[in-house]
Design a protein around this ligand. Structure first.
Ligand SMILES: Nc1ncnc2c1ncn2[C@@H]1O[C@H](COP(=O)(O)OP(=O)(O)OP(=O)(O)O)[C@@H](O)[C@H]1O
Ligand SMILES: [Mg+2]
Length: 246
């Protein structure tokens, strides 16, 4: 059996004394596109950050491809939730994207031609080549999302952890970004996206995880997870309001 792309055991995370994830266990297989779902405040962003030790957990272990994060850093990409990023940081779109390649460089090595080319190709892929020299503080919401998408593409990881990549993007951009994700899946990449639009989950996600009440409520192939009852437990509203378009 192939190892899981991500394996989480007994993960408990608290902010001060407020426990937001309690003994979470989760295993996601390689090659799937997983929708990480749950109400606002359910702990989706926290789950991703704690897995990467950006928010040190109180307890628990996480492995990627059967190894600790530090051993496989370059294979794991992370796109933070745009709302949680300091966009006033003085840097250009190009340098932000180029930074995505740094994990693949050794210590004390500077980016060279292959890294510059990867950054350029990633900008082209998401259609923002013309913004390369723009300060990131001067981008629209959708352009910020594309910048972060380009950064994770430039890194070229095997596992993409993406926190709300579609937040604030228009319909045309959402379609274009979805095609990029489908293309990645077809290359065998593993993708986890925090997503709020339940109506589109089944269009491109093969796996789903529902978070609620500090726990994983349900995890598995999208058809099995996407039941009215489980959605009701995750979102706490009447199942008929959650009926999905296909
Ligand atoms: N830095 C922090 N300090 C204190 N509490 C926090 C912090 N970050 C998040 N929380 C709290 O932890 C809980 C989980 O937050 P988290 O950001 O993980 O939720 P989420 O599922 O990503 O929500 P959303 O859909 O709104 O992005 C929330 O109750 C939130 O208020
Ligand atoms: Mg979040």
């Amino acid at each position: 059996m192939s190892s899981s792309a991500i394996e989480i055991n007994d993960l408990t995370v608290a902010y001060h004394d407020n426990v937001v994830l309690q003994g979470v266990n989760l295993s996601l297989p390689e090659g799937e596109v997983t929708a990480l779902l749950g109400a606002n405040g359910a702990g989706k962003s926290t789950l991703l950050k704690a897995s990467l030790n950006l928010e040190p957990p109180l307890r628990g272990q996480v492995s990627f491809f059967g190894q600790p994060f530090d051993a496989v850093r370059a294979r794991v990409g992370y796109m933070p939730q745009a709302a949680q990023v300091d966009w006033d940081f003085p840097t250009t779109v190009f340098d932000t994207v180029l930074m995505g390649t740094y994990g693949n460089l050794g210590w004390f090595r500077r980016p060279k031609k292959p890294q510059y080319e990867a950054a350029q190709a990633a900008l082209a892929k998401v259609g923002i080549e013309d913004l390369a020299q723009r300060q990131i503080s001067q981008l629209s919401g959708g352009q910020k999302q594309r910048t972060f998408m380009a950064r994770i593409l430039a890194q070229d990881p095997d596992l993409f952890l993406m926190d709300e990549p579609f937040a604030g993007v228009d319909a045309a951009s959402e379609k274009a970004l979805t095609e990029v994700l489908i293309d990645l899946k077809n290359q065998g990449k593993t993708i986890v996206i925090v997503h709020h639009d339940l109506s589109t989950v089944k269009n491109f996600c093969t796996w789903a995880v529902l978070l609620g009440n500090k726990q994983v409520i349900s995890s598995g192939p999208v058809e099995q997870v996407f039941t009215a009852d489980a959605l009701h437990r995750a979102y706490g509203i009447a199942p008929e309001l959650l009926t999905t378009k296909s």
